[in-house]
Design a binder for this molecule. Structure first.
Ligand SMILES: [Zn+2]
Length: 156
């Protein structure tokens, strides 16, 4: 789809702060970065590589890839930010290409900012490209320690 920004910007992502945190053949994850001003630290975007309009349009394989990515990146995000909880939100209203927001909820977050207001908390840890890149470096290191390529840890 030529007019979809998420279909056309994938190739530019390595130049965004922190680059691509994780990818396989179906999905990829990067840290959100606003065009101007500081961004909420600990806000990841998980996107499908294919133009998928919504959750009901996922293939089984894409659904599995999303689930695995959520598990891996949530663990990494929690470990690297000290978050007490990771939120996953998917609305795909502004850009109708499936993407999930993975948001770190910090322990000090007032309850008034829980759930969909999480990004509005004025005292939330925020940072520019350098802070985002530093956090992404930690996440990369965590993933490198816990995920060896695409090999699954031993499970029963
Ligand atoms: Zn698209």
């Amino acid at each position: 789809m030529d007019t979809c920004p998420f279909c056309t910007t994938y190739k530019d992502l390595p130049s965004t702060p922190g680059g691509i945190l994780f990818e396989d053949r179906l999905v990829y994850v990067h840290h959100y970065c606003r065009d101007e001003g500081p961004s909420y630290l600990g806000h990841l975007l998980l996107k499908t590589k294919r133009h998928v309009p919504g959750l009901a349009d996922l293939t089984e394989a894409e659904g599995q890839a999303i689930g695995q990515s959520i598990a891996r990146l949530s663990k990494a995000l929690q470990a690297c930010t000290g978050a007490e909880k990771i939120y996953a939100e998917a609305y795909y209203e502004v850009v109708p290409h499936l993407h999930l927001h993975l948001m770190a909820r910090y322990p000090e977050t007032p309850q008034a900012y829980w759930r969909w207001k999480i990004g509005e908390w004025p005292q939330a840890p925020q940072g520019g490209p350098e802070a985002i890149a530093a956090l992404c470096e930690q996440i990369h290191a965590y993933l490198a320690q816990t995920v060896s390529g695409s090999v699954e840890p031993n499970v029963e």
